[in-house]
Design a protein around this ligand. Structure first.
Ligand code: DAH
Length: 334
């Protein structure tokens, strides 16, 4: 009995290998695998019937069927590998080489202005300033009047305005600066106030390498009891250290902005040249009173900077018009 069992094992092996050799496609291979190695396949049913053999034969018969199962499953793996290799070649014959590396999809990235703004905002967020955003289409009173710039004020000439509606009582414009967010924030909130506000601004401006009619600003405002000029300087020094490095020299010089008193311009040393990066100052008492703050109790500082200007210094960009010209040769460098 054991001889005939092993003889039939050999026959089975031969038959299985012959039919494996004849299987070419992946589906034929799969059929073969199910027939011989599947849960209800030939080998499983042979193994199950081992139990019916006389006790002294079971062990040997079972072991020999298991060895056969291993050999067949190795043979199957090899055949499957060969088949997938030839499938590659077939595809290549069709003119598609699926062995080539894939093409990278163009994922895009952040705009350099956005990158710069996020970096700047993070510095101030770390110092406890909260980011708030406001409307681009703004009321005249927020953009000018409540910032101590009445209609006949000469400072309006410096900011040639793009008007949306000049006829109504509440005149509407494209904001020329992010400073209106100082007023909007204070109107809603009692001190202490510490905010930064990024966003687009627009001016009816002749463009050149350093002027665009559209640009970003980041506004900052801190108001509380006992805020002084030294808080302003300390905060802006720390900002400059984080953005330009610890060795960079900073200069504060007197300047005039209607909504601060005193006002300063802040410049950084750039290869021996002073480059202005922002305006700043102590919030004018009129601005504080205008939103109902008691200016004898509260003081504050404010600043406003142009992230494009700062990115130009940082990355040696010679013309601000690159930022909004949508040229991928420029944008993809960032
Ligand atoms: N908004 C001013 C501008 O566009 C910049 C500025 C100057 C903002 C001084 C401020 C400030 O908050 O205190 O020219």
């Amino acid at each position: 009995m054991s001889e005939s069992a092993s003889a039939s094992t050999q026959e089975l092996e031969r038959a299985a290998l012959d039919s494996l050799a004849a299987a070419e496609s992946e589906s034929e291979l799969e059929e073969w695998r199910i027939e011989y190695l599947g849960r209800r396949g030939v080998l499983s049913s042979r193994l199950r019937s081992v139990g019916a053999l006389p006790v002294e034969e079971r062990r040997e018969a079972g072991a020999s069927l298991n060895r056969l199962k291993n050999r067949l499953s190795n043979a199957f793996d090899e055949a499957a590998e060969r088949a997938s290799g030839s499938a590659d070649r077939r595809s290549t014959d069709d003119g598609i080489d699926i062995t080539l590396p894939g093409r990278r999809p163009n994922l895009g990235g952040l705009h350099p202005s956005e990158m710069m703004m996020r970096e700047i905002l993070e510095v101030f967020n770390d110092m406890g300033f909260q980011t708030v955003e406001g409307p681009i289409v703004e009321l005249e009173k927020y953009n000018f009047d409540m910032l101590n710039v009445p209609p006949d004020h000469p400072a309006r000439d410096l900011q040639d305005t793009l008007w949306i509606d000049r006829e109504s009582k509440d005149r509407v414009l494209l904001r020329t600066q992010t400073s209106p967010m100082q007023v909007r924030t204070m109107e809603k909130q009692r001190p202490p106030v510490r905010i930064v506000s990024p966003g687009l601004c627009f001016r009816h401006e002749a463009t050149d390498a350093t002027h665009e009619w559209q640009f970003h600003q980041i506004e900052g405002l801190a108001v509380d009891e006992g805020v002084t000029m030294s808080d302003l300087k300390g905060t802006l020094y720390e900002f400059a250290r984080r953005i330009f490095g610890t060795q960079r020299k900073i200069r504060f010089r007197c300047d005039y902005f209607p909504f601060v008193e005193p006002g300063v311009d802040v410049s950084v040393d750039w290869d021996g040249r002073w480059v202005e990066i922002m305006g700043a100052g102590m919030v004018h008492p009129k601005v504080l009173e205008g939103v109902g703050y008691d200016s004898s109790k509260y003081t504050g500082f404010a600043f406003g900077m142009g992230p494009e200007r700062i990115a130009m210094l940082r990355y040696n960009i010679e013309d601000i018009r690159h930022f909004f010209s949508n040229d991928l040769r420029f944008l993809s460098q960032f």
